[in-house]
Ligand binder design. Structure first.
Ligand code: S3P
Length: 168
């Protein structure tokens, strides 16, 4: 498909630990584009970390701020690479907006793989991620144009796979 015109951004979605930020930043470098991470936008707009927001203002407030961050990211004038927080696609407005604004790639890995890079999740079992993987699968699928499997691949290989499905 064409990735010009209205759907000009490259958007990465997927569970926490899937590598959206690392892979997105590397894709942005390769494409010589700005990189926008919705969690970073929320943190910059509030002066609080995502963890602080969850703790002090609650998840509902975080999701409101995240929705605004998705609006802002999609409105980036230059074609960008956008990494979304893992839960952004749960919101139907976000799903529609991201799908309209970009070519959406779902980075998918097994929960055990996702945990490996996350010291905060390690030791807590894969139950949370396994549950989220099931609950969110339909939302990721509905948003995504393509799926890239991250299991057993280096960051470099995942970046190559993303750019290949993106047609770059
Ligand atoms: C979340 C994922 C996080 C962050 C927040 C909630 C989720 O982003 O937005 O902690 O609900 O899956 P990453 O996917 O970048 O870790």
């Amino acid at each position: 498909m064409s990735n010009d015109g209205a759907r000009r951004h490259l958007v990465l979605v997927g569970l926490m630990g899937a590598g959206k930020t690392t892979v997105g930043a590397a894709c942005a470098t390769r494409l010589a584009r700005p990189f926008v991470d919705t969690d970073d936008v929320v943190e910059a707009n509030t002066g609080m970390t995502v963890a602080e927001l969850f703790a002090h203002e609650g998840e509902a407030r975080f999701r409101e701020l995240e929705r605004q961050a998705v609006v802002d990211a999609c409105a980036t004038p230059a074609p960008a690479v956008i990494a979304c927080g893992g839960g952004a696609v749960v919101d139907a407005d976000n799903r529609r907006r991201l799908h309209r604004a970009g070519f959406v790639v779902w980075l998918q890995g097994a929960p055990a793989t996702l945990m490996a890079g996350r010291p905060l999740l390690e030791g807590r079992g894969t139950a949370t991620l396994e549950r989220l993987a099931v609950v969110r699968a339909a939302a990721y699928e509905a948003t995504a144009d393509a799926l890239v499997d991250t299991d057993g691949r280096t960051v470099h290989e995942v970046v190559d796979a993303v750019l290949e499905v993106y047609g770059q």
